[in-house]
Design a protein around this ligand. Structure first.
Ligand SMILES: [Mn+2]
Length: 201
């Protein structure tokens, strides 16, 4: 860990399906001057073809992570034509605006957990839109959420059992939290990825 105050901290953990060498999930996390860009990609199916689709998406995004999220999703769509396709969630934490922007095509789940643990409804879930990047894109609508210091963004692929939401260890540092969720809730029947980012303000 670096020393000193960091406005955003993050961590990620990933595990290929049992018996597979190639992981069909990929993520990209890029620090930016005024925030952090995150992408989590689940190539359809698993094995080498899923891995190729997910890796293709990462390479399509990497040079352009400053662009707006719909443009980036369209870049993925163009790049993934002729591949298996993938489901993708994109997010950006914007330090100047104290805001989260997020956008999904398909079922990579994302939630924002507010730091006030006394509030029962202190979670926002990204509305997932059906579709497959590379094949069939839904209308792209970016949602935004206000960020408060201590808020934690969690993005998971469907290789993580959905029951993880019942016991999210928000008190842990992001990397430890990502490892803990992966260890406890991965299905082993699919590739599994957990990405965590915490906004410290
Ligand atoms: Mn999957």
């Amino acid at each position: 860990m670096n020393e000193g105050y960091k406005p955003i901290e993050w961590g990620a953990a990933m595990l290929a399906q049992a018996g597979q060498k190639d992981c069909g999930d990929q993520y990209l996390i890029e620090p930016q001057p005024n925030g952090l860009f995150l992408a989590v990609i689940d190539g359809l199916g698993h094995g080498p073809k899923a891995a190729l689709a997910a890796q293709t998406a990462v390479e399509a995004l990497r040079p352009y992570t400053d662009d707006d999220l719909p443009s980036l999703m369209q870049r993925c769509h163009q790049a993934l034509m002729g591949t298996r396709g993938a489901v993708v969630t994109l997010a950006r934490l914007d330090l100047r605006a104290s805001a989260l922007a997020w956008l999904s095509v398909g079922n990579v789940s994302a939630m924002l957990i507010h730091s006030d643990r006394n509030a029962a409804t202190a979670r926002d879930h990204l509305l997932l839109r059906g579709g497959v990047v590379g094949y069939r894109m839904p209308p792209l609508r970016v949602f935004t959420e206000r960020l408060y210091p201590g808020d934690t963004l969690v993005i998971v692929t469907d290789g993580i059992r959905s029951t993880f939401v019942e016991d999210i260890p928000v008190h842990l540092p992001p990397q430890v939290m990502a490892n803990a969720i992966l260890d406890r809730y991965n299905r082993r029947t699919d590739d599994a990825t957990v990405v965590v980012a915490r906004y410290n303000g």
